[in-house]
Write a protein that binds this ligand. Structure first.
Ligand SMILES: Nc1ncnc2c1ncn2[C@@H]1O[C@H](COP(=O)(O)OP(=O)(O)OP(=O)(O)O)[C@@H](O)[C@H]1O
Ligand SMILES: N[C@@H](CCO)C(=O)O
Length: 323
């Protein structure tokens, strides 16, 4: 990711799914949906969006990407400059696919490259986790693959796991938005010892199963008692899909992050993909929810700096820019 003292940088960052069922705030997996962010120093901060879905997102220094870029300049001992920021994204916002985490990672990685890469990936991970408050989505977006991570309030440790080769992902994305803050507000302050043990055992088994390619264990290991049951009322149809997806060919199913997207993990060689997709769509329809499906792969690269193609700039050339 060395892009020392670049005048202008572009990064590509994958979406992610958090929790994978029981691994609440600790397990994440990156997905083959992307945000691209271009950044250069400018006389005045501007944010330029390409594509839809950014209505209401600030286009000045209040933009999330500008704010996180400032942190990098400050950590590198530089005064934060004004920035021209351009972005394009395939990641739907506020749907449980880690849009805020991928934007944070994009801002950090792009700004770091702009200053000459003074901060390590591990330092960027700490900064990102400090902003999101949990390391699951940001870890997966930064490192790619599957990430198991823990945060002590200042520092996040992690292990990256290469996803099993046969793993494919079906995402069922409802039309409605569900803010992470709203989906966290329904969670209880305290848990019983039984529920804590239930989740620790499933989450440990799930991590070991993913690391060793034991896809046969996912159905059992992806069960959860500490967040999905409380969030079920926010996502009509979720309970039935999680309970029955395996009968239609899923290896396991979960609420993606804070929802409302639902995720089924499948074996790419299983012949029941269409049947599973039809089942999940039908349950949503029966609950009066419009939803679309996307077949995705685990992303293996995480955040990468891209060489820009001069014919394919996200940022319009702005008179007076400094590069
Ligand atoms: N590219 C972006 N630029 C600026 N702000 C963004 C961008 N992407 C997301 N955000 C901010 O993040 C918010 C969504 O964050 P939220 O945590 O609620 O959902 P999510 O990250 O999509 O899902 P989850 O965290 O459950 O996976 C948006 O409403 C917006 O304020
Ligand atoms: N682990 C987080 C992911 C959403 O950002 C949650 O489930 O609330």
């Amino acid at each position: 990711m060395n892009n020392a003292s670049a005048g202008s940088v572009r990064v590509r960052v994958p979406a992610s799914t958090a929790n994978l069922g029981p691994g609440f705030d600790t397990l994440g997996m990156s997905l083959s949906l992307y945000i691209w962010v271009e950044m250069r120093r400018a006389e005045r901060t501007t944010v330029h969006f390409e594509g839809e879905g950014f209505e209401g997102i600030p286009t000045d220094r209040n933009n999330l990407i500008y704010k996180v870029a400032r942190l990098v300049f400050e950590a590198a001992g530089e005064e934060a400059p004004e920035l021209a920021i351009g972005m394009r994204s395939d990641i739907p916002l506020t749907r449980g696919l880690g849009s805020s985490a991928s934007a944070i990672i994009a801002g950090l990685v792009a700004a770091n490259a702009l200053v000459g890469t003074p901060l390590s990936k591990e330092r960027l991970f700490d900064l990102a986790t400090g902003l999101e408050r949990h390391p699951d989505n940001v870890g997966a977006s930064l490192f790619g693959g599957i990430v198991a991570a823990a945060w002590d309030g200042e520092h996040a440790d992690y292990v990256r796991i290469e996803p099993p080769r046969n793993l494919r992902v079906l995402a069922l994305i409802p039309e409605f938005e569900l803010a992470t803050s709203a989906a966290r507000a329904v969670l209880p302050d305290q848990l019983s010892l039984q529920d804590a043990v239930y989740n620790i055992s499933r989450s440990s088994l799930l991590t070991a199963a993913l690391a060793s390619g034991r896809l046969d264990l996912l159905q059992f290991a992806m069960r959860d008692r500490i967040h999905q049951p409380y969030r079920a009322a926010l996502v009509p149809g979720m309970e039935r899909i999680l309970a029955e997806a395996s009968e239609h060919g899923a290896l396991g199913a979960a609420l993606s992050g804070a929802g409302p997207t639902l995720l089924a993990l499948v074996d790419r060689e299983d012949g029941r993909h269409e049947r599973l997709e039809a089942f999940m769509q039908q349950v949503m329809r029966e609950n009066g929810i419009e939803a679309r499906t996307l077949w995705l792969e685990p992303d293996l690269e995480g955040a990468v700096c891209e060489i820009r193609n001069p014919e394919d700039l996200l940022l319009p050339v702005i008179e007076g820019d400094l590069s």
